[in-house]
Design a binder for this molecule. Structure first.
Ligand SMILES: Cc1cc2nc3c(=O)[nH]c(=O)nc-3n(C[C@H](O)[C@H](O)[C@H](O)COP(=O)(O)OP(=O)(O)OC[C@H]3O[C@@H](n4cnc5c(N)ncnc54)[C@H](O)[C@@H]3O)c2cc1C
Length: 500
């Protein structure tokens, strides 16, 4: 009893102190009493341990504070450049946990980050001193082969999704690295080796369950709350936390035709010019992405990654104009299981390195773009840097820009300037890499129009985010006002509810 009285009065005393003093007290003997937090709009404050204990007791999953085992592991993201320390991490085991976490965040007016697969380039899925809502425990994939549909939880990785669907001879578009998360990828759009044939991942999204900012679980489909489904298809994580995605599936695979095709960079201009024409005329089944970088063994190269999702023999014929144009220094094209092809780049982008990227859409690979890229790659550049063109068009371009929240339908490529450094604590390597990418971006940005919200950089100003939503922006703001009027979910390519 006496002890209880002491604690209560100590708490009452701390809560009357100015914030700086309270932080000092909270870091001392009473460290367990209050946890310093950052509020939704950036102010500082505290949450009592008692409230955290209540939240923990309400979860089927776990609540991790900084002193808990597993906290460090859970806070880390794929991009090691972001080393953030949330005040607490709610590891959700199901939709009920997500509701509890959202209600807690709203009640305490906390900064919120939402983590699906943890692959945000700009580190948006973790936050300093806020509540990180971690969905990684929720990763089931259930395929209905008769209806050709799949229900996927938001912590699933693309590899899990591909493998389950392919075991029934089915696919839908997923990204090119199998350890990327399904959730963030789909909500921002979702490019991949099959997108020219089957559309973006978000185009294949048929329904979803969403926990909105008011803590309701809202079902959305063509018949129920279709406005919300429209927003989830390209509008990012703005409207709530998706706890279940339903996709339509298509018969394809298991064997497709593709792999890597590399040429010496000495002939870059001719090869990239051939690529520009080839990519523009390619059938929907053909995906050919490529660019320039330095291979450890082969030196500077112009390289392509190819996937033909029709009959392998047709793929072999279709790729010939690029394959035989010059003598390749590496040719690993052949019939390949799709699920294996989807892991080809996994080791190139390991967890925990520092990464930085700038990107934008381009409609055509013109001689000016080719010359500019060659000039950049003729000069010295960081060891792991590259400039890369992701092939788009096909089915992506046949959906109208206003049919989903994803606006930029007509570019033929996304241009990526990518760089990484293996030790994220190496400040010099980081600065050199980022400086290189920023300089090249300054030279190439003029060729681009809009960018992919999933490649948002921490450097991108809001005006750029706004303009990439194009003619859909006003509708997105209305939707934001309806489902998240206080902008609880703003760690994303944000659509603030106040702007029209
Ligand atoms: C190595 C690598 C390869 C990539 N390749 C491709 C590619 O081929 N094609 C492509 O289109 N993109 C690609 N991307 C970009 C990718 O789409 C984004 O990084 C995407 O955000 C990853 O999703 P995630 O769930 O892993 O991310 P997370 O970091 O977990 O989440 C990113 C953001 O998505 C939102 N979010 C996540 N889960 C939810 C949810 N359940 N509900 C609401 N909002 C949520 C949040 O705003 C969060 O900040 C790649 C990224 C990497 C790092």
């Amino acid at each position: 009893m006496r002890r209880r009285t002491f604690c209560t009065s100590a708490l009452a005393y701390i809560s009357t102190m100015p914030l700086a003093l309270r932080a000092f007290a909270a870091s001392g003997a009473e460290a367990s009493a209050e946890i310093p937090v950052i509020r939704r709009q950036g102010g500082e404050g505290f949450v009592s341990r008692k409230d955290c204990d209540d939240l923990r007791a309400s979860l089927r999953g776990a609540l991790l504070l900084s002193s808990d085992p597993g906290y460090d592991n859970a806070r880390h993201l794929w991009n090691g450049a972001f080393d953030r320390h949330p005040a607490m991490i709610a590891k959700c085991a199901g939709a009920a946990d997500v509701i509890q976490a959202v209600n807690f965040a709203r009640a305490h007016d906390l900064l919120v980050a939402v983590r699906g697969g943890g692959h945000s380039f700009s580190g948006q899925s973790a936050c300093d001193k806020g509540l990180m809502i971690d969905l990684s425990l929720m990763h089931s994939v259930h395929v209905d082969p008769v209806l050709r549909r799949t229900r996927v939880e938001p912590g699933a990785m693309l590899g899990e999704f591909d493998r389950e669907a392919q075991s029934f001879g089915l696919v839908t578009t997923a990204g090119a690295v199998s350890h990327t998360g399904v959730a963030g990828l789909t909500l921002g759009g979702g490019f991949g080796r099959l997108a020219r044939r089957f559309g973006l991942a978000c185009d294949n999204l048929r329904a979803a369950d969403v926990v909105t900012a008011d803590g309701r679980l809202v079902e959305t489909s063509a018949n129920e709350n279709p406005d919300l489904l429209w927003g989830l298809r390209g509008g990012g994580g703005n409207f709530g936390i998706v706890t279940s995605f339903e996709y339509g599936l298509h018969p394809a695979g298991p064997i497709m035709y593709g792999g890597d095709l590399l040429f010496a960079a000495s002939d870059a201009r001719a090869i990239l010019t051939q690529f520009a024409g080839f990519a523009a005329e390619a059938p929907d089944e053909m995906y050919v992405a490529g660019g320039m970088w330095t291979d450890e063994k082969l030196g500077p190269i112009v390289g392509f990654n190819i996937c033909y999702c029709g009959r392998p023999e047709d793929g072999e014929r279709a790729i010939a104009p690029l394959r035989t144009f010059r003598k390749p220094v590496r040719d690993r094209l052949g019939p390949t299981p799709y699920v294996r092809m989807q892991t080809d780049f996994d080791a190139t982008y390991p967890w925990g390195w520092g990464y930085y990227e700038r990107s934008g859409f381009i409609k055509k690979l013109t001689p000016e773009v080719i010359d500019s890229v060659i000039a950049i790659m003729d000069a010295p550049y960081p060891a792991d840097a590259d400039i890369y063109f992701v092939h788009q068009g096909g089915a992506i371009a046949r959906t109208k820009p206003e049919a989903t929240a994803f606006w930029h339908r007509d570019p033929l490529f996304a241009l990526l300037i990518e760089t990484d450094w293996h030790d994220p604590s190496d400040g010099r390597a980081r600065d050199e890499s980022m400086q290189w990418a920023r300089t090249q971006w300054a030279a190439l940005q003029k060729f681009t129009d809009g960018f992919y919200v999933n490649e948002l950089s921490a450097d991108d100003p809001h005006a750029r985010v706004r303009s990439t939503y194009g003619g859909n922006y006003t509708r997105l703001v209305q939707l934001k006002k309806k489902y998240d009027p206080k902008n609880l979910f703003h760690m994303n390519a944000n659509v603030p509810p106040s702007e029209v």
